[in-house]
Write a protein that binds this ligand. Structure first.
Ligand SMILES: Nc1nc2c(ncn2[C@@H]2O[C@H](COP(=O)(O)OP(=O)(O)OP(=O)(O)O)[C@@H](O)[C@H]2O)c(=O)[nH]1
Ligand SMILES: [Zn+2]
Length: 342
């Protein structure tokens, strides 16, 4: 009696395999609202609508889709290596999926917010994505020196920080600050670029990807039925062989970290992390407990001589600013229930 049942399940499996085979592979290269643009392995681009409301398609997703006339339907999203996103009280917004690195672009001016920088780095750590910090406008000597100094703790905690002069005022690029050296770091990787307005993101993208602005215009027009917008996340290939890509996404300014568990926060801050092992209590919040290894390592407040260093950016100390960022974020993330991924 088991034979017909087996045949039926075999038949079902065969039908599912046939359905699967009928679906085409693709890469999501832009998304806006309920539409996205899927690129085929041959390089053709098709506007697609995800099947069902729950299928949240993100730029960088590898998908399986079905053509229907001149558009298509995304049926499945292949498992993601990672997903960088931000979350505030109201909503969760994804930047992109399957990233190799995140380039955080800041500049000598306008003055960057260290809180925003720290938030972006924490989000990268939580998703195991390598960040690369680039400080632009090296030609603005005094402002640059000040900004470079503000980044000292980030260099000390092991992040790569590159100086750059993408478009110096007098045309003279200070030594070691070539835009092309930054572009070289992008080859062969999928890189998301984030940064505050005015840091030089468009300058960098237009140099790395000739024709980028025209492409952005085309995509946003296609996705918005004629309206121009710059709020779309967009994928640009860096080379004809399509081995490296740059993804431009807005949203650095409001980088909500509501998806981060406050108890994990110190583990996502490389300058705090090694000191957690020295805390007396396993569930130390590093805010007020006695015998806290983190607080003992804060520059200028060190009780234990072995942590004390003259420099506020030694690998063994935590700068007062960074500790303030930790405590502010801890309060923010603890103030309301953590709903997890939305
Ligand atoms: N002095 C100086 N100015 C630069 C440099 N790179 C870019 N700029 C200028 O900085 C301004 C902002 O550059 P954009 O590339 O438009 O910056 P953006 O980050 O795309 O800014 P939004 O368009 O506001 O998002 C422009 O006036 C650029 O010419 C640099 O290396 N040195
Ligand atoms: Zn502690």
């Amino acid at each position: 009696m088991s034979r017909p049942a087996r045949a039926t399940s075999k038949g079902r499996a065969a039908a599912a395999a046939a359905d699967q085979a009928a679906l085409l592979p693709g890469l999501v290269i832009a998304s806006h609202g309920r539409h996205c643009v899927v690129e085929t392995p041959e390089g053709a681009r098709v506007i697609c609508h995800p099947r069902g409301k729950k299928l949240g398609v993100v730029v960088g997703d590898r998908v399986r889709w079905q053509p229907s006339q001149d558009e298509g339907t995304v049926e499945q999203i292949e498992p993601r290596r990672n997903l960088l996103y931000r979350q505030d009280e109201i909503r969760t917004k994804s930047f992109a999926a399957n990233l190799d690195q995140v380039l955080i672009l800041v500049a000598a001016e306008p003055e960057f917010s260290e809180h925003q920088l720290a938030r972006a780095l924490i989000a990268c750590e939580a998703e195991h994505i390598t960040p690369l910090i680039v400080l632009n406008k090296a030609d603005l000597t005094e402002l640059f020196a000040r900004a470079w100094q503000r980044l000292a703790p980030y260099r000390a905690m092991g992040y790569s920080v590159l100086p750059m002069a993408a478009k110096p005022k007098d045309g003279q690029v200070p030594e070691g600050c070539l835009l092309d050296d930054v572009i070289a770091r992008l080859q062969g990787h999928t890189t998301l670029i984030l940064g505050p307005s005015g840091a030089g993101k468009s300058t960098l993208i237009n140099r790395a990807v000739p024709g980028a602005s025209a492409l952005t215009g085309e995509i946003s027009q296609a996705l918005n039925s004629g309206k121009h917008t710059t709020t779309t996340t967009t994928w640009y290939w860096l080379d004809a062989a399509r081995t490296g890509a740059l993804i431009d996404s807005p949203g650095f300014q409001e980088f909500g970290l509501r998806h981060i568990d406050p108890a994990q926060l110190a583990a996502y801050m490389p300058d705090l992390k090694p000191h957690v092992a020295d805390c007396k209590f396993y569930n130390c919040t590093h805010l007020h407990e006695p015998g806290c290894g983190v607080r003992a390592a804060v520059a200028g407040t060190a009780q234990t001589p072995r942590f004390y260093e003259e420099s506020a950016c030694s690998p063994t100390t935590i700068s007062a600013n960074r500790y303030k960022i930790y405590s502010d974020l801890f309060d923010e993330l603890s103030a309301v229930p953590n709903y997890g991924v939305g």
